[in-house]
Ligand binder design. Structure first.
Ligand code: SME
Length: 160
C-alpha cells in the first residue's frame, strides 16, 4: 500500500509541500499521462480537506475534455472560455473563485460546489490541461492553495 498523507493536521504550506513530494514520488519515472493524472487526482482528494471534486480537464483541440478525477461524475466537454475551467484554459491564469454563484458562466457539475480553484498546466507556453478543485464551502481556497497547486501543475507539465 502507498501511504503519503500526513497523520496530523498541519498548516497549508507544509501540507502542500508534503503533497508536492507525494505527487513527485508517485509520478517519478512513469511516462503514462493517464496514470499520473489519476494518482494526482487521488492524492489531491486524500490530502485536501473539505473538497468534493479534484481532477483534470485536458486540452483536446479547441475544448477541454474530462480527465482523471475523484468525486462525482462531471461534465465531459467544456469549450475554451466557458466556466471556471474554460477561463483558466483560455487565459492561462489561475482562477480562484470564492463563490461560484457569482462567477459568470460557472458550470455547475455538482450543485453542492460553492467555491473552486482551477490552475492551468502549461508546457512550452501552451496550456495542456487544468487542475480543478471544488469545495462545498464558500471561500474554501486562498492564495496558499493556489501557490500549492501551481507547484504541482509545474511539476506535472512534462509528466502528463
Ligand atoms: N465548475 C467547473 C466545471 C467542472 S466541474 O467543477 C468538475 C467550471 O465552471 O468550469
Amino acid at each position: 500500500m502507498l501511504e503519503f498523507k500526513p497523520t496530523t493536521a498541519i498548516a497549508k504550506p507544509a501540507l502542500y509541500a508534503d503533497l508536492l513530494e507525494a505527487v513527485r514520488a508517485i509520478t517519478e519515472g512513469e511516462r503514462d499521462a493517464v496514470a499520473n493524472m489519476a494518482n494526482t487526482a487521488a492524492l489531491l482528494w486524500d490530502f485536501l480537506p473539505d473538497v468534493n471534486w479534484t481532477g483534470f480537464y485536458r486540452v483536446v483541440g479547441h475544448e477541454l475534455v474530462l480527465g482523471p478525477f475523484a468525486g462525482r461524475p462531471a461534465c465531459i466537454r467544456i469549450p475554451f472560455g466557458q466556466g471556471v475551467c474554460g477561463a483558466a484554459a483560455a487565459s492561462g491564469e489561475v482562477q480562484l473563485v470564492p463563490d461560484v454563484h457569482l462567477f459568470p458562466g460557472h458550470i455547475a457539475c455538482d450543485a453542492a460546489s460553492r467555491s473552486e480553484l482551477v490552475v492551468p498546466v502549461v508546457r512550452h507556453s501552451r496550456v495542456i490541461a487544468v487542475i480543478d478543485c471544488d469545495s462545498p464551502s464558500l471561500a474554501r481556497f486562498d492564495d496558499e492553495d493556489a501557490v500549492g497547486l501551481v507547484a504541482i501543475a509545474h511539476l506535472l507539465a512534462d509528466r502528463i
